[in-house]
Design a protein around this ligand. Structure first.
Ligand code: CAA
Ligand code: FAD
Length: 391
Protein backbone atom coordinates (compact mmCIF):
# COMPACT_ATOMS: atom_id res chain seq x y z
CA UNK A 1 0.00 0.00 0.00
CA UNK A 2 1.39 3.38 -1.00
CA UNK A 3 2.94 5.26 1.91
CA UNK A 4 2.53 2.38 4.36
CA UNK A 5 5.23 1.61 6.88
CA UNK A 6 5.57 -1.92 8.28
CA UNK A 7 5.17 -2.30 12.02
CA UNK A 8 4.83 -5.88 13.23
CA UNK A 9 4.10 -5.02 16.86
CA UNK A 10 0.62 -5.48 18.27
CA UNK A 11 -0.75 -2.95 20.77
CA UNK A 12 -1.52 -3.84 24.39
CA UNK A 13 -5.26 -3.71 23.61
CA UNK A 14 -4.89 -6.04 20.62
CA UNK A 15 -2.93 -8.53 22.72
CA UNK A 16 -5.52 -8.28 25.48
CA UNK A 17 -8.44 -9.27 23.25
CA UNK A 18 -6.32 -12.05 21.75
CA UNK A 19 -5.73 -13.35 25.30
CA UNK A 20 -9.44 -13.19 26.18
CA UNK A 21 -10.34 -15.04 22.96
CA UNK A 22 -7.63 -17.65 23.51
CA UNK A 23 -8.74 -18.29 27.10
CA UNK A 24 -12.41 -18.80 26.18
CA UNK A 25 -11.43 -20.81 23.09
CA UNK A 26 -9.23 -23.17 25.06
CA UNK A 27 -11.32 -23.42 28.25
CA UNK A 28 -14.85 -23.51 26.83
CA UNK A 29 -14.79 -24.17 23.08
CA UNK A 30 -12.00 -26.70 22.48
CA UNK A 31 -13.28 -29.21 25.07
CA UNK A 32 -16.73 -29.32 23.43
CA UNK A 33 -15.66 -29.09 19.76
CA UNK A 34 -15.80 -32.84 19.13
CA UNK A 35 -19.27 -33.04 20.73
CA UNK A 36 -20.60 -30.18 18.62
CA UNK A 37 -19.10 -31.67 15.45
CA UNK A 38 -20.57 -35.12 16.18
CA UNK A 39 -24.05 -33.96 17.21
CA UNK A 40 -24.36 -30.76 15.19
CA UNK A 41 -25.80 -29.14 18.36
CA UNK A 42 -25.78 -25.33 18.19
CA UNK A 43 -23.34 -23.98 20.82
CA UNK A 44 -25.67 -21.36 22.32
CA UNK A 45 -24.04 -21.29 25.76
CA UNK A 46 -20.57 -20.67 24.30
CA UNK A 47 -21.94 -17.95 22.04
CA UNK A 48 -23.43 -16.19 25.07
CA UNK A 49 -20.04 -16.38 26.85
CA UNK A 50 -18.30 -14.95 23.77
CA UNK A 51 -20.90 -12.14 23.69
CA UNK A 52 -20.43 -11.34 27.40
CA UNK A 53 -16.72 -10.90 26.68
CA UNK A 54 -17.15 -8.55 23.73
CA UNK A 55 -16.33 -11.14 21.08
CA UNK A 56 -19.65 -11.01 19.21
CA UNK A 57 -19.12 -7.32 18.45
CA UNK A 58 -15.36 -6.84 18.44
CA UNK A 59 -15.36 -3.73 16.24
CA UNK A 60 -18.68 -2.44 17.61
CA UNK A 61 -18.27 0.74 19.69
CA UNK A 62 -18.96 0.31 23.43
CA UNK A 63 -22.03 2.59 23.13
CA UNK A 64 -23.71 -0.18 21.06
CA UNK A 65 -22.61 -3.02 23.32
CA UNK A 66 -19.35 -4.07 21.65
CA UNK A 67 -15.64 -4.19 22.50
CA UNK A 68 -14.75 -1.08 20.41
CA UNK A 69 -11.61 -2.66 18.97
CA UNK A 70 -9.95 -2.41 15.54
CA UNK A 71 -9.88 -4.81 12.54
CA UNK A 72 -6.49 -6.29 13.59
CA UNK A 73 -8.02 -7.29 16.96
CA UNK A 74 -10.83 -8.96 15.05
CA UNK A 75 -8.31 -11.09 13.10
CA UNK A 76 -6.41 -12.07 16.25
CA UNK A 77 -9.57 -13.07 18.12
CA UNK A 78 -11.05 -14.98 15.17
CA UNK A 79 -7.85 -16.98 14.71
CA UNK A 80 -7.97 -18.10 18.36
CA UNK A 81 -11.63 -19.11 18.20
CA UNK A 82 -11.20 -20.97 14.89
CA UNK A 83 -8.14 -22.81 16.23
CA UNK A 84 -10.46 -24.30 18.88
CA UNK A 85 -13.44 -24.87 16.59
CA UNK A 86 -14.20 -23.57 13.10
CA UNK A 87 -17.99 -23.90 13.50
CA UNK A 88 -17.97 -21.47 16.43
CA UNK A 89 -15.90 -19.03 14.39
CA UNK A 90 -18.44 -19.11 11.52
CA UNK A 91 -21.17 -17.95 13.91
CA UNK A 92 -18.83 -15.30 15.38
CA UNK A 93 -17.82 -14.12 11.91
CA UNK A 94 -21.39 -13.66 10.65
CA UNK A 95 -22.42 -11.73 13.77
CA UNK A 96 -19.36 -9.50 13.72
CA UNK A 97 -18.64 -8.76 10.12
CA UNK A 98 -21.77 -9.53 8.10
CA UNK A 99 -24.39 -8.36 10.59
CA UNK A 100 -22.99 -5.68 12.93
CA UNK A 101 -20.56 -4.18 10.46
CA UNK A 102 -23.22 -3.41 7.82
CA UNK A 103 -25.62 -1.79 10.27
CA UNK A 104 -22.85 0.29 11.86
CA UNK A 105 -21.86 1.54 8.43
CA UNK A 106 -25.25 2.08 6.82
CA UNK A 107 -27.82 2.00 9.63
CA UNK A 108 -29.71 4.83 11.34
CA UNK A 109 -29.10 5.56 15.02
CA UNK A 110 -32.35 3.76 15.91
CA UNK A 111 -31.31 0.69 13.88
CA UNK A 112 -27.91 0.59 15.60
CA UNK A 113 -29.55 0.76 19.03
CA UNK A 114 -32.15 -1.87 18.23
CA UNK A 115 -30.22 -4.47 16.22
CA UNK A 116 -26.52 -4.08 16.96
CA UNK A 117 -26.64 -4.05 20.76
CA UNK A 118 -28.54 -7.35 21.16
CA UNK A 119 -26.24 -9.14 18.71
CA UNK A 120 -22.95 -7.61 19.93
CA UNK A 121 -23.78 -8.63 23.50
CA UNK A 122 -24.53 -12.19 22.36
CA UNK A 123 -28.14 -12.03 23.63
CA UNK A 124 -29.48 -12.67 20.12
CA UNK A 125 -27.98 -14.17 16.94
CA UNK A 126 -27.80 -12.32 13.62
CA UNK A 127 -27.78 -13.57 10.01
CA UNK A 128 -27.08 -12.30 6.49
CA UNK A 129 -29.37 -13.43 3.68
CA UNK A 130 -28.08 -12.86 0.15
CA UNK A 131 -27.88 -16.30 -1.55
CA UNK A 132 -30.89 -17.96 -3.20
CA UNK A 133 -31.33 -21.44 -4.68
CA UNK A 134 -30.55 -20.13 -8.22
CA UNK A 135 -28.16 -17.31 -7.29
CA UNK A 136 -24.97 -17.84 -5.28
CA UNK A 137 -21.88 -16.48 -7.04
CA UNK A 138 -24.15 -14.56 -9.44
CA UNK A 139 -25.74 -12.73 -6.55
CA UNK A 140 -27.59 -10.10 -8.58
CA UNK A 141 -29.69 -12.85 -10.20
CA UNK A 142 -31.81 -12.92 -7.02
CA UNK A 143 -35.60 -13.27 -7.28
CA UNK A 144 -36.72 -12.47 -3.73
CA UNK A 145 -38.95 -9.42 -4.18
CA UNK A 146 -39.84 -6.50 -1.93
CA UNK A 147 -42.80 -4.61 -3.37
CA UNK A 148 -43.49 -1.11 -2.10
CA UNK A 149 -47.09 -0.60 -0.95
CA UNK A 150 -49.14 2.61 -1.09
CA UNK A 151 -48.62 3.08 2.68
CA UNK A 152 -44.81 3.02 2.34
CA UNK A 153 -44.37 -0.53 3.69
CA UNK A 154 -42.78 -3.34 1.64
CA UNK A 155 -44.29 -6.78 0.96
CA UNK A 156 -41.52 -9.39 0.81
CA UNK A 157 -41.86 -12.73 -0.99
CA UNK A 158 -39.18 -15.25 -1.97
CA UNK A 159 -36.57 -17.73 -0.80
CA UNK A 160 -33.04 -17.46 0.57
CA UNK A 161 -30.78 -20.47 0.88
CA UNK A 162 -27.75 -21.55 2.91
CA UNK A 163 -28.35 -18.97 5.60
CA UNK A 164 -25.79 -19.35 8.39
CA UNK A 165 -27.53 -19.16 11.79
CA UNK A 166 -30.87 -19.07 9.91
CA UNK A 167 -32.34 -21.69 12.29
CA UNK A 168 -31.59 -19.59 15.38
CA UNK A 169 -31.38 -15.95 14.25
CA UNK A 170 -33.65 -13.29 15.73
CA UNK A 171 -32.61 -10.57 13.25
CA UNK A 172 -31.38 -10.82 9.65
CA UNK A 173 -30.04 -8.43 7.04
CA UNK A 174 -31.96 -9.35 3.90
CA UNK A 175 -31.26 -8.38 0.29
CA UNK A 176 -34.30 -8.26 -1.99
CA UNK A 177 -35.24 -6.84 -5.39
CA UNK A 178 -37.25 -3.64 -5.17
CA UNK A 179 -36.81 -2.84 -8.86
CA UNK A 180 -35.93 -5.93 -10.96
CA UNK A 181 -35.49 -3.82 -14.14
CA UNK A 182 -32.47 -2.10 -12.59
CA UNK A 183 -30.46 -5.26 -11.83
CA UNK A 184 -27.79 -4.67 -9.17
CA UNK A 185 -29.12 -1.12 -8.68
CA UNK A 186 -32.61 -2.48 -7.98
CA UNK A 187 -31.56 -4.38 -4.84
CA UNK A 188 -32.41 -3.05 -1.37
CA UNK A 189 -31.29 -4.19 2.09
CA UNK A 190 -33.87 -4.75 4.85
CA UNK A 191 -33.73 -5.48 8.58
CA UNK A 192 -35.85 -8.55 9.29
CA UNK A 193 -37.36 -9.77 12.56
CA UNK A 194 -37.65 -13.56 12.48
CA UNK A 195 -40.55 -13.57 14.95
CA UNK A 196 -42.88 -11.73 12.61
CA UNK A 197 -45.59 -13.26 10.39
CA UNK A 198 -44.46 -14.33 6.92
CA UNK A 199 -41.00 -15.54 8.04
CA UNK A 200 -40.41 -19.31 7.74
CA UNK A 201 -37.29 -21.34 8.50
CA UNK A 202 -36.54 -24.52 6.54
CA UNK A 203 -34.86 -27.64 7.92
CA UNK A 204 -31.25 -27.40 9.12
CA UNK A 205 -28.90 -28.58 6.34
CA UNK A 206 -26.68 -31.60 7.12
CA UNK A 207 -23.10 -30.63 6.15
CA UNK A 208 -19.59 -32.01 5.58
CA UNK A 209 -17.99 -29.67 8.12
CA UNK A 210 -18.65 -26.72 10.48
CA UNK A 211 -21.50 -28.94 11.61
CA UNK A 212 -22.42 -26.94 14.73
CA UNK A 213 -22.97 -23.82 12.63
CA UNK A 214 -26.66 -24.12 11.74
CA UNK A 215 -27.62 -23.39 8.12
CA UNK A 216 -31.07 -23.38 6.53
CA UNK A 217 -33.33 -22.04 3.83
CA UNK A 218 -35.59 -19.09 4.68
CA UNK A 219 -38.89 -18.36 2.98
CA UNK A 220 -40.81 -15.09 3.03
CA UNK A 221 -44.53 -15.08 2.32
CA UNK A 222 -46.14 -11.63 2.42
CA UNK A 223 -43.71 -10.49 5.14
CA UNK A 224 -44.31 -6.79 5.84
CA UNK A 225 -41.26 -4.57 6.34
CA UNK A 226 -41.77 -1.01 7.55
CA UNK A 227 -40.16 1.92 5.73
CA UNK A 228 -37.77 2.48 8.67
CA UNK A 229 -36.58 -1.13 8.33
CA UNK A 230 -34.78 -0.38 5.07
CA UNK A 231 -31.01 -0.45 5.65
CA UNK A 232 -29.29 2.37 3.78
CA UNK A 233 -31.01 3.76 0.70
CA UNK A 234 -33.41 1.94 -1.59
CA UNK A 235 -31.46 0.51 -4.55
CA UNK A 236 -28.14 0.57 -2.68
CA UNK A 237 -28.46 -2.96 -1.29
CA UNK A 238 -25.96 -4.63 -3.61
CA UNK A 239 -23.22 -2.13 -2.79
CA UNK A 240 -23.97 -2.69 0.91
CA UNK A 241 -23.72 -6.48 0.42
CA UNK A 242 -20.43 -6.21 -1.46
CA UNK A 243 -18.91 -3.76 1.04
CA UNK A 244 -19.96 -5.94 3.96
CA UNK A 245 -18.55 -9.03 2.23
CA UNK A 246 -15.18 -7.32 1.86
CA UNK A 247 -15.07 -7.18 5.68
CA UNK A 248 -16.52 -10.69 5.97
CA UNK A 249 -13.77 -12.14 3.79
CA UNK A 250 -11.17 -10.96 6.34
CA UNK A 251 -13.11 -12.94 8.95
CA UNK A 252 -13.13 -16.10 6.81
CA UNK A 253 -9.41 -15.69 6.09
CA UNK A 254 -8.84 -15.55 9.87
CA UNK A 255 -10.99 -18.62 10.36
CA UNK A 256 -8.91 -20.50 7.76
CA UNK A 257 -5.69 -19.44 9.52
CA UNK A 258 -6.95 -20.56 12.93
CA UNK A 259 -7.94 -24.02 11.85
CA UNK A 260 -4.79 -24.42 9.72
CA UNK A 261 -2.67 -23.38 12.71
CA UNK A 262 -4.34 -26.03 14.88
CA UNK A 263 -3.58 -28.69 12.25
CA UNK A 264 0.00 -27.44 11.90
CA UNK A 265 0.67 -27.42 15.65
CA UNK A 266 -0.74 -30.94 16.07
CA UNK A 267 1.49 -32.06 13.19
CA UNK A 268 4.62 -30.49 14.72
CA UNK A 269 4.04 -32.54 17.89
CA UNK A 270 3.26 -35.75 16.04
CA UNK A 271 6.31 -35.74 13.75
CA UNK A 272 8.56 -35.63 16.80
CA UNK A 273 6.77 -38.47 18.65
CA UNK A 274 5.85 -40.93 15.89
CA UNK A 275 8.69 -43.21 14.81
CA UNK A 276 9.18 -45.25 11.62
CA UNK A 277 12.28 -47.02 10.35
CA UNK A 278 14.01 -46.24 13.65
CA UNK A 279 13.60 -42.48 13.61
CA UNK A 280 10.96 -39.77 14.19
CA UNK A 281 8.93 -39.29 10.99
CA UNK A 282 9.81 -35.58 11.21
CA UNK A 283 13.42 -36.47 10.42
CA UNK A 284 12.51 -37.68 6.92
CA UNK A 285 13.25 -35.01 4.36
CA UNK A 286 9.88 -35.58 2.68
CA UNK A 287 8.13 -34.73 5.98
CA UNK A 288 10.45 -31.77 6.57
CA UNK A 289 9.59 -30.32 3.16
CA UNK A 290 5.90 -30.55 4.06
CA UNK A 291 6.51 -28.85 7.42
CA UNK A 292 8.43 -26.03 5.70
CA UNK A 293 5.68 -25.53 3.11
CA UNK A 294 3.00 -25.55 5.84
CA UNK A 295 4.89 -22.90 7.78
CA UNK A 296 5.36 -20.68 4.68
CA UNK A 297 1.69 -20.89 3.68
CA UNK A 298 0.51 -20.20 7.24
CA UNK A 299 2.76 -17.17 7.69
CA UNK A 300 1.89 -15.79 4.25
CA UNK A 301 -1.83 -16.16 4.97
CA UNK A 302 -1.52 -14.43 8.35
CA UNK A 303 0.53 -11.52 7.03
CA UNK A 304 -1.82 -10.96 4.07
CA UNK A 305 -4.83 -11.09 6.39
CA UNK A 306 -3.28 -8.59 8.80
CA UNK A 307 -2.53 -6.38 5.78
CA UNK A 308 -6.17 -6.60 4.71
CA UNK A 309 -7.33 -5.74 8.25
CA UNK A 310 -4.94 -2.81 8.46
CA UNK A 311 -6.04 -1.57 5.02
CA UNK A 312 -9.68 -1.86 6.09
CA UNK A 313 -8.99 0.35 9.11
CA UNK A 314 -7.20 2.95 6.97
CA UNK A 315 -9.57 3.01 3.97
CA UNK A 316 -12.68 3.17 6.13
CA UNK A 317 -11.48 6.54 7.44
CA UNK A 318 -11.40 7.85 3.86
CA UNK A 319 -14.43 5.92 2.55
CA UNK A 320 -12.33 3.81 0.15
CA UNK A 321 -12.50 0.10 -0.69
CA UNK A 322 -10.24 -2.76 0.41
CA UNK A 323 -11.77 -5.41 -1.87
CA UNK A 324 -8.50 -6.57 -3.42
CA UNK A 325 -6.66 -6.93 -0.11
CA UNK A 326 -9.62 -8.82 1.40
CA UNK A 327 -9.92 -11.16 -1.61
CA UNK A 328 -6.14 -11.80 -1.67
CA UNK A 329 -6.26 -12.68 2.05
CA UNK A 330 -9.34 -14.91 1.76
CA UNK A 331 -8.06 -16.77 -1.30
CA UNK A 332 -4.56 -17.31 0.11
CA UNK A 333 -5.73 -18.32 3.58
CA UNK A 334 -8.49 -20.68 2.46
CA UNK A 335 -6.29 -22.49 -0.05
CA UNK A 336 -3.52 -22.65 2.58
CA UNK A 337 -5.99 -24.16 5.08
CA UNK A 338 -7.13 -26.78 2.59
CA UNK A 339 -3.55 -27.72 1.71
CA UNK A 340 -2.25 -27.69 5.29
CA UNK A 341 -5.12 -29.78 6.70
CA UNK A 342 -4.73 -32.24 3.79
CA UNK A 343 -1.02 -32.66 4.54
CA UNK A 344 -1.69 -32.85 8.28
CA UNK A 345 -4.02 -35.84 7.73
CA UNK A 346 -1.37 -37.46 5.50
CA UNK A 347 1.43 -36.96 8.03
CA UNK A 348 -0.72 -38.51 10.78
CA UNK A 349 -1.26 -41.61 8.61
CA UNK A 350 -4.13 -43.80 9.87
CA UNK A 351 -4.54 -41.58 12.94
CA UNK A 352 -5.16 -38.64 10.61
CA UNK A 353 -8.17 -40.50 9.22
CA UNK A 354 -9.47 -41.50 12.66
CA UNK A 355 -12.10 -39.65 14.68
CA UNK A 356 -9.90 -40.19 17.74
CA UNK A 357 -7.93 -37.13 16.64
CA UNK A 358 -9.23 -33.77 15.36
CA UNK A 359 -7.25 -33.83 12.08
CA UNK A 360 -10.11 -35.21 9.98
CA UNK A 361 -12.38 -32.51 11.42
CA UNK A 362 -9.93 -29.76 10.49
CA UNK A 363 -9.77 -31.22 6.96
CA UNK A 364 -13.58 -31.31 6.61
CA UNK A 365 -13.96 -27.82 8.14
CA UNK A 366 -11.29 -26.28 5.89
CA UNK A 367 -13.25 -26.97 2.69
CA UNK A 368 -16.01 -24.47 3.39
CA UNK A 369 -13.53 -21.58 3.49
CA UNK A 370 -13.00 -22.07 -0.26
CA UNK A 371 -16.75 -21.89 -0.92
CA UNK A 372 -18.65 -19.39 1.20
CA UNK A 373 -18.38 -15.58 1.20
CA UNK A 374 -17.35 -15.98 -2.46
CA UNK A 375 -15.73 -19.12 -3.89
CA UNK A 376 -12.01 -19.17 -4.74
CA UNK A 377 -12.98 -18.57 -8.37
CA UNK A 378 -14.91 -15.44 -7.35
CA UNK A 379 -11.94 -14.17 -5.27
CA UNK A 380 -9.73 -14.61 -8.36
CA UNK A 381 -12.32 -12.78 -10.45
CA UNK A 382 -12.44 -9.85 -7.98
CA UNK A 383 -8.63 -9.61 -7.77
CA UNK A 384 -8.06 -9.86 -11.53
CA UNK A 385 -10.86 -7.41 -12.40
CA UNK A 386 -9.43 -4.87 -9.95
CA UNK A 387 -5.86 -5.40 -11.15
CA UNK A 388 -6.56 -5.26 -14.89
CA UNK A 389 -9.62 -3.04 -15.02
CA UNK A 390 -10.97 -5.61 -17.50
CA UNK A 391 -14.06 -7.77 -17.14
N1 CAA B 1 -18.01 -2.50 -2.60
C1 CAA B 1 -18.99 -1.65 -2.99
N2 CAA B 1 -19.62 -1.77 -4.18
C2 CAA B 1 -19.23 -2.75 -4.99
C3 CAA B 1 -18.22 -3.67 -4.65
C4 CAA B 1 -17.60 -3.52 -3.38
N3 CAA B 1 -16.65 -4.35 -2.97
N4 CAA B 1 -18.07 -4.56 -5.65
C5 CAA B 1 -18.94 -4.22 -6.61
N5 CAA B 1 -19.64 -3.12 -6.22
C6 CAA B 1 -20.66 -2.39 -6.98
C7 CAA B 1 -20.10 -2.01 -8.36
O1 CAA B 1 -19.40 -0.80 -8.30
C8 CAA B 1 -21.37 -1.92 -9.17
O2 CAA B 1 -21.97 -0.67 -8.93
P1 CAA B 1 -22.47 0.31 -10.14
O3 CAA B 1 -23.70 -0.35 -10.67
O4 CAA B 1 -22.76 1.61 -9.49
O5 CAA B 1 -21.35 0.35 -11.13
C9 CAA B 1 -22.28 -2.98 -8.59
O6 CAA B 1 -21.77 -3.25 -7.27
C10 CAA B 1 -22.29 -4.27 -9.39
O7 CAA B 1 -20.95 -4.74 -9.47
P2 CAA B 1 -20.47 -5.81 -10.55
O8 CAA B 1 -20.95 -5.38 -11.92
O9 CAA B 1 -19.02 -6.03 -10.34
O10 CAA B 1 -21.32 -7.10 -10.13
P3 CAA B 1 -21.31 -8.57 -10.71
O11 CAA B 1 -22.71 -8.98 -10.95
O12 CAA B 1 -20.32 -8.70 -11.82
O13 CAA B 1 -20.83 -9.43 -9.42
C11 CAA B 1 -19.27 -10.45 -7.93
C12 CAA B 1 -19.63 -9.24 -8.81
C13 CAA B 1 -17.92 -10.08 -7.33
C14 CAA B 1 -19.16 -11.74 -8.69
C15 CAA B 1 -20.31 -10.58 -6.80
O14 CAA B 1 -21.57 -10.98 -7.30
C16 CAA B 1 -19.89 -11.55 -5.71
O15 CAA B 1 -19.11 -11.19 -4.82
N6 CAA B 1 -20.40 -12.82 -5.73
C17 CAA B 1 -20.17 -13.77 -4.64
C18 CAA B 1 -21.31 -13.66 -3.65
C19 CAA B 1 -20.87 -13.97 -2.26
O16 CAA B 1 -19.75 -13.73 -1.85
N7 CAA B 1 -21.82 -14.45 -1.47
C20 CAA B 1 -21.58 -14.68 -0.09
C21 CAA B 1 -22.88 -14.85 0.64
S1 CAA B 1 -22.70 -14.65 2.40
C22 CAA B 1 -21.94 -16.01 2.96
O17 CAA B 1 -21.50 -16.85 2.23
C23 CAA B 1 -21.85 -16.05 4.48
C24 CAA B 1 -21.20 -17.20 5.05
O18 CAA B 1 -20.83 -18.11 4.37
C25 CAA B 1 -20.97 -17.35 6.45
P1 FAD C 1 -22.44 -21.43 -7.75
O1 FAD C 1 -22.47 -19.96 -7.81
O2 FAD C 1 -23.52 -22.18 -8.46
O3 FAD C 1 -21.03 -21.94 -8.24
C1 FAD C 1 -20.77 -23.28 -8.66
C2 FAD C 1 -19.32 -23.33 -9.18
O4 FAD C 1 -19.19 -22.46 -10.31
C3 FAD C 1 -18.31 -22.83 -8.14
O5 FAD C 1 -17.12 -23.56 -8.21
C4 FAD C 1 -18.04 -21.39 -8.60
O6 FAD C 1 -16.78 -20.89 -8.19
C5 FAD C 1 -18.12 -21.53 -10.12
N1 FAD C 1 -18.44 -20.24 -10.75
C6 FAD C 1 -19.56 -19.51 -10.65
N2 FAD C 1 -19.43 -18.35 -11.31
C7 FAD C 1 -18.19 -18.33 -11.86
C8 FAD C 1 -17.44 -17.43 -12.66
N3 FAD C 1 -17.96 -16.24 -13.02
N4 FAD C 1 -16.18 -17.76 -13.03
C9 FAD C 1 -15.64 -18.97 -12.65
N5 FAD C 1 -16.30 -19.88 -11.89
C10 FAD C 1 -17.55 -19.55 -11.49
N6 FAD C 1 -25.05 -17.27 1.74
C11 FAD C 1 -25.65 -16.23 2.39
O7 FAD C 1 -26.20 -15.34 1.76
N7 FAD C 1 -25.62 -16.15 3.74
C12 FAD C 1 -25.02 -17.08 4.51
O8 FAD C 1 -25.02 -16.96 5.73
C13 FAD C 1 -24.40 -18.21 3.86
N8 FAD C 1 -23.82 -19.19 4.60
C14 FAD C 1 -23.39 -20.34 3.96
C15 FAD C 1 -22.97 -21.42 4.72
C16 FAD C 1 -22.61 -22.61 4.10
C17 FAD C 1 -22.22 -23.79 4.91
C18 FAD C 1 -22.64 -22.69 2.67
C19 FAD C 1 -22.27 -23.98 1.97
C20 FAD C 1 -23.01 -21.61 1.93
C21 FAD C 1 -23.40 -20.42 2.55
N9 FAD C 1 -23.86 -19.33 1.82
C22 FAD C 1 -24.44 -18.25 2.45
C23 FAD C 1 -23.90 -19.40 0.36
C24 FAD C 1 -22.52 -19.25 -0.27
O9 FAD C 1 -22.08 -17.94 -0.23
C25 FAD C 1 -22.61 -19.79 -1.71
O10 FAD C 1 -22.74 -21.20 -1.61
C26 FAD C 1 -21.40 -19.42 -2.54
O11 FAD C 1 -21.34 -18.03 -2.75
C27 FAD C 1 -21.40 -20.15 -3.90
O12 FAD C 1 -22.65 -20.07 -4.51
P2 FAD C 1 -23.38 -21.41 -5.08
O13 FAD C 1 -23.36 -22.41 -4.00
O14 FAD C 1 -24.67 -21.01 -5.65
O15 FAD C 1 -22.42 -21.92 -6.22
Amino acid sequence: TRGAAVDFRFTEEQLMIQDVARRIAQEKIAPSAEHHDRTGEFPLENIRTLGENGLMGIEVPAEYGGAGMDPISYVLAMVEIAAADAAHSTIVSVNNSLFCNGILKFGTEAQKQLYVRAIAEGREIGAFALTEPQSGSDATAMRCKATKQADGTYLINGKKSWITSGPVAKYLVLFAMTDPDKGARGITAFMIDAERAGFHRGKTEPKLGIRASATCEIEFTDYVAQADEVLGDEGHGFKIAMGVLDAGRIGIASQAIGLARAAYEATLEYVKERKAFGQPIGAFQMTQAKIADMKCKLDAALLLTLRAAWTKGETEKSGGRFSTEAAVAKLTASEAAMWITHQAVQIHGGMGYSKEMPLERYFRDAKITEIYEGTSEIQRLVIARNETGLR
